[in-house]
Write a protein that binds this ligand. Structure first.
Ligand SMILES: Cc1ncc(COP(=O)(O)O)c(C=O)c1O
Length: 373
């Protein structure tokens, strides 16, 4: 069956990007692949299997339901939950052998009590808040006291950058301060003879910005999937990371309209001449945002850029194909093509890269090309 809309995932590109990432890192540095947001749009379980094949050391997701899906699909890699698992779901941490982020003291005590009540230990990585003010423990004393909780098996400790993608002097100083604060905590723990086990702080932008900072692992998503913050685009291209994702739909109807006719809901487009239109089988319910049409964007058909005419609707939109040779069922490249990269696309929609990949509907069928062994 031909799908009306697809996301194409190039597995060989993930492999290529992972090899490049490894070359950037010290040989002993482990890789935790962050595959939240449906595996950065590539499909959660499929990408997890790809990571296993690529020898990735650990997976990171946000929610316990994603982790349970992975285990039910046969994934045996260690999995860390970067988000807060609700207390009502703590049993899953034990049953599915998951590692939980320890996000504050109250939470640490809840995990500890639950584990003890079940005569077991729950694996945890302590999250140190060095500036994001999202999750994490703030003081050394709090961090230190987690190691005394008998219900917790602390197998790692980590922090998270706020804006490592920025090369602005003030932002870089902020990132360096975060590094200093995290290192101070680690040093104090070492001074007290505590084995911190897995230490990790670096996401993709920080690896591109600072190189390998020497923690035992990196925790990254974007670079594996060939994605960058626009501020790092030139550096990344220079590094040779390859795009992984593209999105395409189909033409389902081609027709001629007369000068003066309106197109789409709200009559936002009026034909200034007789023209040929094509109707496309995707819309905002798939993740093709209205802002693409509102900001004058287009798509690629048979190598030609075709402006969107009128507003994007829930599952369809119209494009101007005047003078272009095309027919029903032809592919419509929404992004991913070299003539309309994901970066060209977000420049028009005003989204961030992560917003874009998160908003592609989960149920849009993913097609995996160039499979790896
Ligand atoms: C806590 C945490 N660690 C790591 C990452 C991975 O970041 P990136 O995709 O930039 O490598 C994320 C993603 O937002 C995150 O929230």
């Amino acid at each position: 069956m031909i799908d009306s809309v697809n996301v194409i995932v190039d597995e060989a590109a993930i492999e290529h990007n992972t090899k490049l990432l490894r070359q950037t890192l010290k040989p002993e540095t482990k890789i935790i692949s962050v595959i939240k947001a449906n595996g950065y749009g590539c499909g959660l379980t499929q990408v997890a299997h790809t990571c296993e094949k690529l020898g990735i050391d650990m997976l990171a997701v946000l929610d316990v339901d994603q982790a349970v899906d992975l285990r039910n699909d046969g994934i045996t890699l260690p999995i860390i939950l970067l988000g807060a698992t609700l207390e009502s779901n703590f049993q899953y941490l034990i049953d599915f052998d998951l590692t939980q982020a320890v996000i504050n003291m109250e939470y640490a005590h809840k995990l500890d009590a639950f584990a003890k009540a079940n005569n077991t230990k729950i694996k945890g990585h302590i999250k140190v808040d060095t500036g994001l003010n999202r999750l994490g423990l703030k003081t050394y004393e709090e961090v230190r006291s987690c190691y005394d909780l008998e219900g917790l098996d602390i197998t790692g400790i980590y922090s998270h950058f706020v804006e490592a993608q920025s090369y602005d002097g003030d932002a870089t100083e902020f990132s360096k301060n975060q590094i200093r604060r995290f290192n101070e905590v680690l040093e104090k723990l070492h001074d007290e003879g505590i084995d911190t086990k897995m230490t990790h702080m670096q996401n993709s932008p920080s690896i591109i910005h600072f190189g390998d900072l020497g923690y035992s692992a990196v925790r990254c998503g974007m670079v594996m999937f060939g994605l960058y913050h626009p501020s790092q685009l030139n550096e990344s291209l220079h590094d040779g990371y390859k795009p992984v994702l593209s999105m395409e739909a189909r033409i389902c109807m081609v027709k001629e309209i007369k000068k003066g006719e309106f197109v789409g809901y709200g009559r936002t487009f009026t034909a200034t001449q007789d023209m040929k239109l094509a109707t496309v089988t995707a819309g905002y319910c798939d993740g093709v945002m209205k802002s693409l049409s509102l900001n004058g964007g287009g798509v690629m058909v048979n190598g030609h850029h075709c402006p969107i005419t009128g507003d994007i609707a829930m599952s369809q939109f119209m494009i101007d194909v005047t003078g272009i040779d095309c027919e029903v069922e032809d592919k419509v490249m929404i992004f991913g093509h070299e003539d309309q990269t994901i970066y060209d696309y977000i420049q028009i929609t005003g989204q961030s890269i992560n917003e874009l990949i998160s908003l592609i509907r989960y149920t849009v069928p993913r097609i995996y090309v160039n499979p790896i062994k």
